[in-house]
Design a protein around this ligand. Sequence first.
Ligand SMILES: [Zn+2]
Length: 387
Amino acid sequence: MTALADLLTRFSQTHGTSGNEDAVRALVVREFQKLADDIQITTHGSVIGIRYATTPPRSKSRRAAASSDAPRLLVEAHIDEIGLVVTGIQDGFIRFDEIGYWDPRVLPSQNVLVHGRKTLPGVIGARPPHVLSASERKETLPLPELFIDVGMSDVRVRALVNIGDSITMDRQVTPLQNDFYSGKAFDDRAALVALLEFLRQLQNTPHAWDVYAVANVNEEDSALYLGALTSAFQIRPHVALCLDVTHAYQPGLAQDELARLGQGPCIARGANVHPFVFEKLRQAALSEAIPHHINVYGGDTETNAWMMQVAGEGIPTGLVEIPLRYMHTPVETLHLDDVARAAELVRVFATSLTREDALALHGETFVYGAQQTKNQKPKLPIRKKRR
Ligand SMILES: [Zn+2]
């Protein structure tokens, strides 16, 4: 298995619904420790890995590095996944609601994990077809009528499971043929893997901007994009880049405008994307002949890019997307090349940014050496890389 496939598998199979990202966060911190100069954790639990600019040459002393006056590029992916939450217990069966949004038709007969005092394997039950009337067979059961069976008595379940506990899909990654992979939570852990691969490639490449790689919490649970909004405010980057997934072509979806798996990442263009960032991304793709697709959005991209652009006094924001089939199901499917090429695209983009770009974007509000005054300096250096 390639290093990228291994990372994808580990991150996909780690569990963390919105607001319950502890396990994923721990894994991110471990990866950032190999790749970042500094690591910070925000109030809400997003993880920031900082890679300071190499030009002018990086100082040997960490203190000098920490007072970098280079412009800041934020590149992020979200680490939470859609899931379920316990709403009640009835005769030992667990009732639930959704975190993020599901098509209720895909839920019956899934294997799940109930994250109570102990993690319990369970199944979402379904009524046998024999007992259904002809009309009932055509109906979709709404979420409140579904339940999870963990094979325990009511008393035992109540001892181990509480209202509000989270539930995730119990799903291993399946390698399909030809570097296609299927699994849960590729939205957005595939983009997180691309983010890590980008950081790895950055180790050997000079870059004039400080790079803030951010693993954000709480994307799936509301249109507030809590993690992205608050970490962007904390970092105050001069450019922000969101990495997320997008719908790829599959039978039953409109064919013309959708990307195909294995044909490179998508670069978003539209009201949510700053024209400078789009153009710079497109030039990066063209300069290295990276296959790509342009996705047009008239309005909200329904990604972290939506709120990052309004953080602080406003941040020029871009969006790079990895094509994905069957989004928000436990069998999300992608092609590994698209993850690798998304990372490459971000690396070419990040290393192409010059100090003049910061000036062009921010004009007189960008003053060298005045970026890290007491008020503006990013706060909360909770964990530093051990050397
Ligand atoms: Zn999603």
